[in-house]
Design a protein around this ligand. Structure first.
Ligand SMILES: [Fe+2]
Ligand SMILES: [Fe+2]
Length: 384
């Protein structure tokens, strides 16, 4: 990767992390300011001789310098953030002020900041153009480029031949791509890297994926929380990676639960609950039959709703020794479920959740692992 490209990635990473922070706390939070400053530094290094940096969305890929940026979590978040606002092109010009970067963060942030509008400023130009590659039309060379809004000056700057160049490149990339989705293993590696580079991985909020955003976000949260626990226990390398992969996949069985049940706002009835409770078994079965999945992931998927005191599910013949990684996952799972806002319940404060967990330590939760967990999360900046 060229230094310039590295700076583009670093810029996007700081920006999306700042947006995640802004959504969690506020735009005025000191961590947001800190990240905006860092973003500005990387942006300056990434701008070309003319002091410009242009990004463009082409059919769910972020294009920089005529090539799609390699997909990772922050690129994915950037794409989702731009798409939410209908922004298709983004030009960042020389002399950009940190306040303008903060405005861009507000545009990318979800939640409280979501009323911020994508309005061009002296050094930021938004273009609302969406380029879609028409599926199955490649032989005829058909593409559709729909200009959704035309009130932005940058639209005029995008010439038609420039567009077709992007689309051609995109087609070429797409042909050679084996997978369009970021591999689980890559996601875990990016979290592990974030830990080692002192970035705060909990802020890397997961992008929307497939049918149930909660399940995906939850899985990445559990992954980060498991990695934090494992690292504090001194676990490194391949085992650490496998623990992360197992956490990412722990709820994969929910793919087999009907969406109406998964997303039901109220209480589940007995029959629905029975289907829901079958997700550990379904998940383990699925992973068992999937090549390349570590055995640990199969075990964790099966055991993550079992409890230290023998309660929980699936019901198994006792005595049963629940794997320590499953118990770590139970703890992360428990924490994330209480911390997350659901349609039927508000999220609880960190103090409240900590109190509940300490109460449960030794009964439903493994006592030493719970203490280790609380120590691990106290070291995660985003939770302070
Ligand atoms: Fe689960
Ligand atoms: Fe879970």
């Amino acid at each position: 990767m060229t230094p310039r490209l590295e700076n583009v990635h670093a810029f996007v990473r700081r920006l999306t992390t700042a947006a995640a922070n802004a959504a969690l706390y506020s735009l005025g939070h000191r961590q947001v300011s800190h990240l905006c400053n860092l973003a500005q530094v990387h942006l300056q290094r990434a701008q070309d001789e003319d002091g410009e940096l242009a990004l463009m969305l082409v059919d769910d890929q972020l294009i920089f310098d005529n090539l799609p940026l390699e997909n990772n979590l922050s690129i994915e978040q950037m794409i989702q953030g731009l798409k939410r606002r209908g922004v298709g092109t983004l030009k960042l010009l020389a002399g950009i002020e940190v306040d303008e970067i903060r405005d861009l963060v507000a545009v990318l942030a979800r939640g409280a900041q979501s009323s911020a509008e994508a309005v061009s400023s002296p050094h930021i130009r938004y273009g609302k153009i969406e380029i879609r590659y028409a599926e199955g039309a490649s032989d005829r060379g058909d593409t559709t480029a729909s200009q959704i809004f035309d009130q932005f000056p940058t639209l005029a700057e995008i010439q038609q031949d420039e567009l077709s160049e992007f689309i051609d490149l995109y087609r070429a990339t797409r042909r050679s791509q084996r997978l369009n989705v970021v591999g689980i293993s890559d996601i875990v590696s990016s979290f592990v890297d974030a830990f080692s580079s002192n970035a705060d991985p909990l802020l890397a909020l997961a992008p929307l994926r497939g049918l149930d955003e909660y399940t995906y976000t939850h899985s990445t949260n559990v992954c980060i929380l498991n990695l934090a626990q494992a690292r504090l226990l001194g676990i490194e390398g391949q085992v650490l990676h496998e623990i992360g992969v197992a956490a990412m996949l722990h709820d994969v069985g929910k793919l087999f639960v009907p969406v109406e049940i998964l997303q039901k706002p109220g209480q589940l009835d007995d029959q629905e609950w029975a289907i829901m409770q079958d997700h550990p078994r379904k998940g383990a079965e699925y992973l068992f039959g999937t090549p390349g999945v570590p055995r640990l992931a199969v075990v964790t998927a099966y055991e993550h709703h079992m409890r230290y005191d023998g309660s929980g599910y699936p019901k198994v013949t006792r005595p049963w020794l629940q794997h320590l990684v499953s118990q770590m996952t139970t703890i992360s799972d428990f924490f994330d479920a209480l911390r997350t806002h659901r349609s039927y319940r508000k999220s609880l404060t960190l103090d409240t959740v900590t109190g509940i967990m300490l109460e449960q330590a030794g009964t439903t939760l493994h006592p030493a692992l719970t203490r280790n967990f609380l120590k691990a999360i106290s070291q995660l900046d985003s939770l302070k």
